[in-house]
Design a protein around this ligand. Structure first.
Ligand code: ATP
Ligand code: MG
Length: 275
């Protein structure tokens, strides 16, 4: 069965949310980098179509490795990584990826970097590609920088171009590795709201890595906390805050504070675990 391009999110109250048979699934995944140090030993994780999952955990616990496994850039040593029962491959058209560092094409300006994925898709005329690329650049607040080359942009601007490039083809599955880490606080809040607005419009499945607990609670349907490698998943927390969410209103809810405190305790716990 092909991956549904725009699946409706499952209802928030569904007891099966995050556990439907379709969607993204890691089963019994073992993975070590070339130096032989294990990062995962039997990791299981299922992400339902339309679900927004945020991954938190101490530096080095395997968050980027997890996204590389989910995208097919790294094959597992053992176990399976599947998108709707098909082994994932990085070239799958359903997939959009924002790396921890922006990886822009240095010879293309911001607009052409964003156009790149649309050109690869081959669904739009050059004019439509340019319009859509500009739309996504506007969305990340960089319309005025459309003709600048990456070396003429700040680190935060480059991150935003990379995000626009991943979003423009409107992928059914978005994998994002700390996409807002280089942004100032105001831009970051704005991008959090924009991302949720897009996600609710497009019904995308998102796996999003961050170190920011407030960002995690604001965005997620479910937060997955990883323990130090190779412990894998320490705990999962359903974020039962109402949607649509807005800043600062959502962050003022007592439930927001309760969830954030729970996560803080857990992060303290995993960070102080012996190696
Ligand atoms: N290419 C590599 N070769 C060898 N070891 C690696 C490689 N990439 C990552 N590692 C190791 O794998 C483990 C997990 O790294 P990973 O980059 O997934 O962590 P992370 O949770 O994303 O950390 P951070 O929060 O700092 O980005 C770490 O011990 C790291 O040193
Ligand atoms: Mg990382």
């Amino acid at each position: 069965m092909p991956y549904p391009s725009r699946p409706p999110p499952p209802p928030a109250e569904s007891p099966f949310r995050g556990r439907e048979p379709d969607g993204l699934r890691l089963s019994g995944v073992h993975f070590s980098h070339a130096d032989g140090q294990p990062v995962f030993q039997g990791l299981d994780l299922a992400v339902a179509p339309g679900e927004f999952v945020v991954v938190l955990g101490p530096s080095g616990c395997g968050k980027s490795t997890l996204l590389n496994l989910l995208s097919g850039f790294l094959p597992p040593d053992r176990g399976r990584v599947e998108l709707n029962d098909v082994a994932v491959r990085p070239e799958m058209p359903e997939l959009g990826y924002v790396f921890q560092s922006p990886h822009l094409f240095p010879w293309l300006n911001a607009l052409d970097n964003v156009r790149f994925g649309l050109r690869m898709q081959g669904l739009l005329t050059p004019r439509q590609q340019a319009d859509k690329a500009l739309h996504y650049l506007r969305l990340v607040g960089l319309e005025a920088a459309a003709h600048k080359l990456p070396h003429q942009l700040s680190g935060g601007m480059r991150q935003r171009v990379a995000l626009a490039r991943a979003l423009a083809p409107e992928p059914a599955l978005l994998l994002a590795d700390e996409p807002f880490a280089a942004l100032d606080a105001m831009s970051r809040r704005h991008m959090n709201e924009e991302l949720l607005r897009l996600w609710s419009a497009l019904g995308q499945t998102v796996v999003f890595v961050t170190h920011d607990i407030d960002e995690a609670v604001f965005l997620a349907d479910r937060v997955v906390v990883l323990g130090r490698a190779p412990r894998g998943i320490d705990c999962e927390l359903l974020i039962d805050l109402p949607r649509p969410r807005q800043l600062p209103q959502t962050q003022r809810l007592p439930r927001f504070h309760a969830l954030r405190d729970q996560l803080l305790d857990r992060i303290d716990h995993v960070t102080t675990q012996p190696a």
